[in-house]
Design a protein around this ligand. Structure first.
Ligand code: HEC
Length: 119
């Protein structure tokens, strides 16, 4: 009886663990092959997490991220990724908030690797 319960518990435990693994791998594969563009994925991330401090009229650190033309140079020069990934030599962003989740970090990295396409 106890063995049966233990077996069910272990089966459930391992299926949860293996499910999690598959999800991570799938997200990784998608991000590595998907076309990431400013309009589709990057603008919404910046709007939700960065624009309040980085827009025309409030360009903290002389950084404006409120349009493609304004944001692209920071993708190209590496500082956009550097600051959200909190690399040495960059100021960690967003200031005063937790690090962006890993999917957003992967999307920003991929966008920079693709040389920051608009569409
Ligand atoms: C609460 C306000 C605030 C938010 C939100 C914010 N920033 Fe900043 N950011 C600043 C300030 C202030 C500076 C200047 C910091 C300094 O020079 O010490 C700065 C500087 C920067 C810089 C230049 C510094 C560097 O390391 O290259 C970049 C790039 C940057 N922010 C990107 C972002 C991004 C991307 C986000 C969203 C994920 C974001 N910021 C969110 C306030 C903010």
């Amino acid at each position: 009886m106890i063995r049966g319960i233990l077996l069910i518990f272990l089966t459930l435990f391992f299926s949860v663990v293996s499910c999690k693994k598959t999800e991570t791998v799938t997200a990784q594969i998608n991000v590595d092959t998907v076309k990431v563009t400013y309009n589709n994925q990057i603008a919404p991330i910046l709007a939700a997490n960065c624009i309040s401090c980085h827009k025309t009229g409030n360009t903290s650190g002389y950084v404006n991220l409120d349009s493609y033309i304004n944001a692209k140079p920071f993708g190209i020069n590496g500082n956009l990724y550097g600051c959200v990934q909190r690399l040495d030599g960059n100021v960690g962003m967003p200031i005063g908030a937790p690090k962006l989740d890993s999917l957003k970090l992967l999307l920003i990295k991929r966008w920079c690797l693709l040389k920051c396409p608009e569409n």
